[in-house]
Ligand binder design. Structure first.
Ligand code: SF4
Ligand code: SF4
Length: 634
């Protein structure tokens, strides 16, 4: 095709206008991001792992497809088209100036093959974008609202882009020159349009995914040095008090949200009809960037009530396909409540009990020592003991949890593991941190780290996923040089089985059994295979719950949920999980968290911690058992 000089000039002008429009609209967005507070954590460390994440989640669209199989696959097809058409678009715009990009790079034969392959992609993209538009505008019940007008325009443009490409390579194109210009104009309108719509994520998602924290809920300790705070010339914010306190990555998150509603669909509070809806606070954050910077985050971005309903389960952040970190906002807002305003907090009795007694459940009294004596649990001996057995508050102070601890001790003894406990153990501080009580968390963590160091502890095993996550991920950020290998009991049990130190067998129990993945074990730490492998060794096949593994559903106990008061019986998170467990037809429920067990107890005939199942299934044969019992008269 040949182009007159005036056409070359017109194209150059249009490209310049499109670029200028794009820059004009991009500038205020960049200004919002640049006005954000500095970040507390590195965002450019471990570059290899960040790049791999982009390849997996952006190029291969793993989260987009994993979250919603059909709609995600359609989106991935459109994205494939987006990638494939880059070279073709360059060729299209340089053609009027006599620069044959494709011919130069691929030769005549290669160009023909490339164009034919693109034709197939174009047809697939037309089908996929039609499917997405149908889902969005016709299947209104399942598609996330509100419907944006720009989505429809973008869908139509993508369809027309593909149609004009196909027409352009046809043997006898219809109105070839007009078709060429239409294709070019559609491309030129695209960049400004994406800036004024949720399609801004096309630009931002790869960056946001690249910058995301390496693990869920990567909170950094606030500097709470009172002297520094008192001497500071500028007022220092404690948490996210106002919109002006939001850091730049959080602002980027607000602007990147693609409004897909996956986070809200996964949120346990939203599922049971509570006020908390993660997508809404992200979009409220976006709107707040254009408002008064002095507006309080609690109130303008998220309501006090909604904030109090969060269980910190992490489901919203784990599902988000564009790298948004909901948890940073939630904990930041809670810190402002606990450390600055002192208003609107929940679970206050729980936190007061920790303040007074070092644990949230009961005055220590003699309970802990009596338990250690009764179960014959030894103290950790520096240089002698292999594992520090971290008990956690529920196993120590909740009488109903004694059977789990008893089983743990039984199994460790049976497998010949060298273990011991600390003479004193404070709450790990997990829930304090999630309620924004950063000072309390840092105090508790500091006390426990002192004890670890005094006892030269190198390895910790615990049955509590909350403590497991906190000691493993958060204590090293509280004190430099804290290097302790921390594992969950399910990992140790599996290791003991693999090493032949524990042997499990079925005991003829044919009841239907299911497993509930605790959020901080399955989603936060990815420990999902070990419990299942252990249950299989114990002779059971698991009737899986619909929401499981990394996509598990919270038991309602997170963020001290067992101490918070739900609005009414009809919209409690634990009731929803119990319903799902009951509907599975299971008669036995296994979990691997003292808090989950506490929340879900009595849902079915029997609820056991994983270690209780192991204790039952690894008992010695009856004769040996009788002999052993005879050696230890009560
Ligand atoms: S952490 Fe869990 S409860 Fe909190 S907003 Fe996210 S999904 Fe909802
Ligand atoms: S925050 Fe993420 S998951 Fe939620 S609506 Fe926005 S893009 Fe979707």
């Amino acid at each position: 095709m040949t182009f007159a000089v005036w056409e070359q000039l017109l194209l150059a002008l249009l490209v310049a206008a499109s670029a200028a429009w794009f820059v004009k609209d991009l500038t205020p967005k960049l200004r919002h991001i640049r006005a954000g507070k500095p970040e507390e954590r590195p965002r450019l460390d471990r570059l290899g792992s960040r790049l791999l994440r982009v390849v997996k989640e952006v190029i291969f669209q793993s989260r987009v497809v994993g979250g919603r199989k059909v709609a995600g696959s359609l989106h991935a097809t459109v994205f494939l088209g987006f990638l494939c058409f880059g070279l073709e678009t360059l060729d299209h715009f340089l053609e009027p100036y006599g620069v044959p990009v494709l011919h130069t790079l691929l030769g005549v034969g290669g160009t023909a093959v490339f164009k034919a392959a693109l034709a197939v992609v174009a047809v697939l993209v037309m089908i996929a974008i039609s499917g997405l538009a149908f889902r969005r505008f016709v299947m209104v019940k399942i598609s996330p609202g509100p419907k944006s007008y720009s989505s429809g325009v973008v869908a139509l443009m993508i369809f027309l882009l593909m149609a004009t490409y196909l027409n352009g390579i046809a043997a006898d194109p219809v109105a070839a020159k007009a078709n060429w210009w239409l294709h070019a104009l559609l491309i030129l309108v695209f960049p400004p349009l994406i800036l004024s719509s949720k399609h801004f994520h096309i630009l931002m998602a790869p960056v946001d995914v690249f910058l995301r924290t390496h693990h869920l809920g990567d909170y950094r300790p606030l500097d709470l040095d009172m002297e520094k705070l008192a001497e500071a010339e500028e007022e220092i914010s404690l948490g996210l008090e106002t919109v002006a306190d939001t850091p730049w990555k959080m602002r980027m998150d607000f602007l990147t949200c693609v409004e897909c509603r996956r986070c809200t669909d996964q949120c346990p509070a939203a599922t049971v009809g509570q006020e908390l809806k993660p997508r809404e606070f992200v979009l409220a954050g976006r709107a707040a960037l254009d408002g008064d910077p002095a507006a309080a985050v609690v109130g303008s971005v998220i309501s006090e009530k909604a904030l109090g309903q969060c269980t910190s389960c992490g489901a919203c952040e784990a599902i988000c396909p564009v790298g948004i970190e909901h948890l940073q906002l939630l904990v930041g807002a809670k810190r402002s409540q606990a450390l600055a305003s002192g208003v609107g907090m929940v679970a206050t009795e729980f936190l007061q009990s920790i303040e007074r007694h070092g644990n949230p459940i009961a005055p220590p009294g003699k309970r802990r020592q009596e338990l250690l004596d009764e179960l014959g649990i030894p103290l950790y001996e520096p240089g002698e003991t292999d594992y520090l057995l971290w008990l956690g508050c529920v196993w120590t102070y909740n009488a109903d949890a004694e059977s789990s601890l008893r089983s743990m001790v039984e199994v460790l003894d049976r497998a010949g593991v060298s273990y011991g406990v600390l003479a004193e153990e404070s709450c790990s501080g997990h829930h304090s941190r999630r309620q924004g009580e950063e000072l309390q968390f840092q105090t508790l963590a500091g006390e426990n780290i002192d004890r670890f160091e005094a006892n030269q502890v190198a390895k910790v095993v615990t049955g509590c996923p909350h403590c497991f996550h906190t000691i493993r991920r958060e204590y090293p950020t509280v004190r430099e040089g804290f290097e302790v290998e921390t594992i969950h009991h399910s990992e140790l049990l599996m290791q003991l089985i693999q090493d032949g130190k524990l042997s499990l067998s079925g005991n003829g129990d044919t009841r239907r059994l299911t497993f509930h993945d605790p959020c901080y074990l399955g989603r936060y730490e990815g420990v999902v295979d070990e419990p299942r492998a252990i249950i299989a060794r114990a002779g059971f096949s698991i009737t899986e719950l619909e929401r499981r593994r990394e996509r598990t559903f919270c038991c309602g106990g997170g963020s001290a949920g067992f101490a918070r008061h739900a609005d009414d019986e009809s919209n409690r998170v634990d009731q929803e999980r119990k319903r799902e467990i009951k509907d599975s037809g299971a008669e036995v429920l296994i979990t691997a968290c003292p808090e989950c067990k506490m929340m879900l107890d009595a849902t079915v005939d029997e609820t056991l911690d994983l270690v209780e199942l192991v204790a039952r299934s690894s008992r010695p044969p009856v004769a040996a058992q009788g002999a052993a019992e005879g050696e230890h008269p009560a």
